[in-house]
Design a protein around this ligand. Structure first.
Ligand SMILES: Nc1nc2c(c(=O)[nH]1)N[C@H]1C(S)=C(S)[C@@H](COP(=O)(O)O)O[C@H]1N2
Ligand SMILES: [Mo]
Length: 333
């Protein structure tokens, strides 16, 4: 467990491996086996693990179907095997509910996702509050199977449902001078017990350059695995920017702000030398405290833990490299 205390005094556990992911998963699997009265099945070994998971009671709570047609956006369907739903919805970073990977799934039941609206403001011709049920219908929902690479060194493959953020941006008509889009997550302490803790300066904010925000791969996601998003994954609507480290993909969006100045971002404010504005996945630029050259795919670990090589721009190089032509990616990390 590596918890770093910063000069400014607070403890900064991002990437601290609070519970090493493998230990956490093994323990959870064992608890599941025991709860199912199937402790003996554990003896059957790891070979039977997938089969057992399939027979296990499905999902905590019934979520509504949110079907999406397979996307036609270039690069939007990753062929890697999807991470089991069970892992994608129980191993989460959502610091508004705590810094432990298990906290969001345990505690995000208090997040009320109706009524909900996104406030669109700043340098835009059609500012206003956009109700979630109108946003859902704003453009056809698509299924996008994206790799998600966390800056901590793990990754998942998640079939999201949503549409390109560009669809919303076109509807609200940014003013010609707008150069950046800022995303502000909900920060309501009554629904989010860890808001108010000193781990981040709330609300959680992120931002993209306008051309990044307009890129067809940049997704506004309302669902995953053909269902509405579970709260712990950022319901009712979140951003997904697949070529950037996971923390750029802000959850439970409350405000989208258009501006001509590069906005501050929550992680950059917390540790500027570790988390820059761009945060493009880049195996050639290490985090000051660890390598970014490899990753572990959640759901592929256990006994035969396997490391994968991290791909430039998380494998979306063909689609996005031109956005950064001429930019020094070591300086602009
Ligand atoms: N509001 C908010 N958004 C957030 C975070 C967070 O703590 N708060 N964590 C980020 C990080 S570090 C990652 S890796 C992804 C994880 O998304 P997932 O839980 O859906 O896999 O969400 C990102 N979005
Ligand atoms: Mo992350």
């Amino acid at each position: 467990m590596l918890i770093k205390t910063h000069a400014d005094g607070f403890i900064h556990p991002h990437a601290s491996e609070i519970t090493p992911e493998r230990v956490y998963r093994d323990r959870r699997r064992l608890l599941q086996l025991m709860a199912g009265g199937a402790a003996g099945a554990a003896l059957a070994g790891w070979a039977g693990r997938e089969a057992f998971a399939q027979g296990a009671p499905a999902r905590p709570g019934k979520l509504a179907a949110l079907p999406g047609a397979p996307s036609k956006v270039a690069g939007a369907i990753t062929l890697d095997k999807a991470t089991p739903y069970d892992d994608a919805s129980s191993y989460n970073n959502f610091y508004e509910f705590g810094t432990d990977k298990a906290a969001p799934a345990k505690r995000a039941g208090t997040l009320k996702t109706r009524p909900w609206a996104i406030e669109v403001n700043g340098m835009v011709k059609k500012p206003g509050r956009y109700a979630i049920d109108d946003l859902l219908k704003l453009a056809p929902q698509e299924e996008r199977i994206y790799r998600l690479r966390c800056v901590e060194g793990w990754s998942m493959v998640i079939p999201w449902v949503g549409y390109s953020l560009a669809e919303l941006i076109k509807k609200v008509e940014p003013a010609p001078g707008a150069k950046y889009v800022e995303f502000v997550s909900m920060a309501d302490q009554r629904m989010m017990p860890n808001v108010g803790s000193s781990v981040l300066d709330w609300p959680y904010t992120e931002a993209l350059r306008m051309d990044e925000a307009m890129h067809p791969l940049t997704l506004l996601a309302y669902g995953m695995y053909g269902e509405v998003l579970p709260n712990q994954n950022g319901a009712p609507v979140r951003l997904v920017v697949p070529w950037k480290y996971g923390f750029k993909s802000a959850k439970s969006l409350a405000v989208i702000h258009f501006t001509d100045k590069q906005p501050e971002t929550a992680w950059n404010k917390a540790a500027a030398n570790e988390y820059g504005f761009y945060s493009n996945v880049n195996p050639n630029v290490d985090h000051p405290r660890w390598s970014q050259g490899t990753e572990r795919r959640i759901g592929e670990d256990g006994l035969f833990s396997r490391k994968r090589r991290t791909l430039m721009f998380n494998g979306y190089e063909q689609q996005v490299a031109s956005l950064y032509a001429g930019l020094d990616l070591k300086k602009n990390y």
